[in-house]
Design a protein around this ligand. Structure first.
Ligand code: HEM
Length: 249
């Protein structure tokens, strides 16, 4: 669809194309500082990468909420699909974040002067994911109860509940990829600010590093502990009955 006219015109006079109107490209492209207001040319990259995160995290939350509903209604295959989409979206933003590695630490320090006390910790998308995770987990546990099974039983015999096993693995993937985002983000922060800095939001780097211990769904990892213990106990009793006296590795 074209909006060409034969006379010279300003962008204000030009008729919006259907594409521009539908996608609201004027507003979208107006969401970054104009060139003459940027503290540094790379402020464009800084803003675009952060805005990209907010868009994809918005989509992520939509999929996490959908998965929560589908787990609640027993549509486990559909829930696994929504979770797969949520996991995949994290790949998009991880890739986008690497663009910030092209900004030198000295240039970042210039951009930083414009951030005030703004902090990624206030990201609406990040916070929405943290809010969505407990509901999602409750829905998954509800499904386990409904099917009268436990996480460790499913991990011991995935074929007994293949769709629920798929959901458990997608939840594990999501927890893992969220952790990987946090680890990559920490390295990005350190390569720009060093090891001792305190963030614009007041968080020391050391505290940021401690968030790497946080898990969205700890029970998924504890289920592995329980499975290992169960298998070792079984192997131990087999060893005993065979009187081999060998330990497990
Ligand atoms: C040059 C790049 C970046 C630097 C130097 C940086 C630095 C920091 C620092 C120092 C903190 C600690 C909180 C504070 O006091 O501000 C933080 C938190 C955070 N930042 Fe960034 N950041 C960068 C890019 C990003 C990007 C692209 C995102 C994507 C939205 C992001 C999202 C977050 C989030 C979600 C937190 C909270 C983390 C948590 O609580 O686990 N940051 N960042």
């Amino acid at each position: 669809m074209s909006s060409t006219t034969q006379t010279p015109h300003t962008s204000r006079q030009r008729r919006e194309t259907m594409y521009e109107r539908y996608l609201r490209t004027d507003e979208l492209l107006d969401l970054q500082k104009p060139a003459d207001e940027r503290l540094h040319p790379d402020e464009l990259t800084f803003q675009v990468v952060h805005q990209t995160f907010e868009l994809w995290w918005k989509m992520t939350v939509q999929q996490l909420r959908l998965a929560t509903e589908q787990l609640g209604s027993g549509s486990y295959g559909e829930a696994a699909r929504a979770l797969r989409r949520a996991v995949s979206a994290q790949g998009v933003v991880s890739q986008a974040m690497r663009q910030l590695e092209f900004v030198s630490p000295a240039d970042f320090l210039v951009i930083r002067t414009g951030l005030g006390d703004g902090s990624g910790a206030d990201s609406p998308g990040f916070r929405a994911i943290l809010r969505a995770a407990p509901d999602l987990w409750d829905a998954f546990e509800g499904a386990l109860n409904r099917e009268q099974t436990t996480l460790v039983d499913i991990y011991a015999a995935p074929q007994t509940h293949p769709a629920l096993y798929d959901c458990a693995e997608q939840l594990t993937d999501f927890d893992e990829i969220f952790h990987v985002f946090r680890a990559a983000h920490l390295k990005l922060a350190q390569r720009n600010l060093g090891l001792q800095a305190t963030g614009t939001g007041g968080t020391p780097m050391e505290m940021l590093a401690r968030t790497l211990g946080d898990l969205l769904f700890p029970s998924l990892w504890e289920a592995r502990d329980a499975l290992l213990a169960r298998v070792q106990a079984q192997q131990g009793s087999t060893d005993l009955s065979n009187a081999t006296g060998h330990g497990n590795s």
